[in-house]
Design a binder for this molecule. Structure first.
Ligand code: R5P
Length: 285
């Protein structure tokens, strides 16, 4: 018997997963002690059950301890399997020591999760120099892709779309999204100069005149990538672009800034946000 248990903020997705799969929904009781430490209690009998903890890992530092406590408690109480369903998988971007002494946090985070769960399922993890999660996780991992869902949204909502990827890393994405949406595509070049500074190199785009730009990226974090791309296109006479992403992290005032430049902003609910209009639950069943 399978039991889905939501970490705080993941209740809607856990409910959807339980409904779609016809399995039960469990409850995690959690609160903070007066000193700020986390209290965690599994309210259901997990003995002999396949327990799936549902926890997207945007802002992971707030979630990780209680997630690890919950998973290890499920094991202690006899769960048959303990799986992590993390639509957004955090800490995948620091996969290299750029400066002496830096932590390669992707490997440490993967080890932390591998030690506490039997398996993991996620959506479009940001893999750059790592090509497969198996390189850093020691447990079975499964990766699902939201590109077809983004493509279908574009196909159903935007006429004469030009699917734009802001950098070479987005090429794999943009090709499959544009192909399925029946749209033209364009890949730009990006230089990242710092956490909050990027430069987007845009060629002459007069060949694409009259098309509706749709910017697509796996993650929006500081938003600088999308902001610079949108500004560059508008400067060449294009209308405000649609902006689509899988993982809407939207640090600080990013969402407000993007709203000034976008015709519309659409994300999946891998990270729940008011822009979440594309449901990913079906990918995780
Ligand atoms: C990087 O290559 C990713 O695909 C995104 O373009 C990047 O992580 C977005 O970050 P930000 O919103 O901070 O520019």
């Amino acid at each position: 018997m399978r039991l889905f248990i939501a970490l705080p903020g993941n209740e809607t997705l856990a409910t959807d997963l339980a409904r779609l799969s016809g399995c039960a929904l469990g409850t995690l009781e959690t609160r903070h002690f007066p000193d700020g430490e986390s209290y965690v209690r599994l309210a259901d009998d997990v003995s002999g059950k396949d327990v799936d903890f549902v926890c997207t890992l945007a802002r992971p530092d707030d979630q990780i301890l209680r997630l690890i406590f919950a998973a290890r408690t499920a094991r202690e109480l006899g769960a048959k399997t303990v799986r992590l369903i993390a639509p957004y998988l955090a800490y995948m971007r620091q996969d290299k020591r750029f400066q002496e002494g830096e932590s390669i946090s992707s490997t440490h985070f993967a080890k932390l999760l591998s030690d506490s769960f039997d398996s993991l399922i996620t959506i479009d993890p940001h893999l750059h120099r790592i090509t497969d999660l198996g390189e850093i996780f020691t447990i079975p991992t499964k990766v699902e892709h939201a590109a077809p869902l983004l493509a279908d949204w574009i196909g159903n909502n935007v006429k004469n779309a030009l699917v734009v990827g802001p950098d070479s890393e987005s090429q794999q994405w943009v090709e499959s999204v544009a192909e399925r949406a029946g749209a033209r595509q364009l890949i730009l070049n990006k230089n990242r100069l710092g956490d909050h500074e990027v430069e987007i190199l845009v060629p002459d785009l007069s060949d694409y005149e009259g098309l509706a730009p749709v910017l697509v990226d796996d993650i929006i974090s500081s938003g600088r990538t999308m902001i610079e791309t949108a500004e560059a296109l508008i400067a060449q006479g294009f209308p405000k672009p649609y902006i689509l992403t899988v993982h809407a992290l939207f640090a600080g005032s990013t969402y407000w800034q993007l709203n000034q430049l976008a015709k519309d902003i659409i994300s999946t609910d891998a990270v729940p946000h008011e822009t979440s209009r594309i449901g990913i639950a079906e990918l995780l069943i």
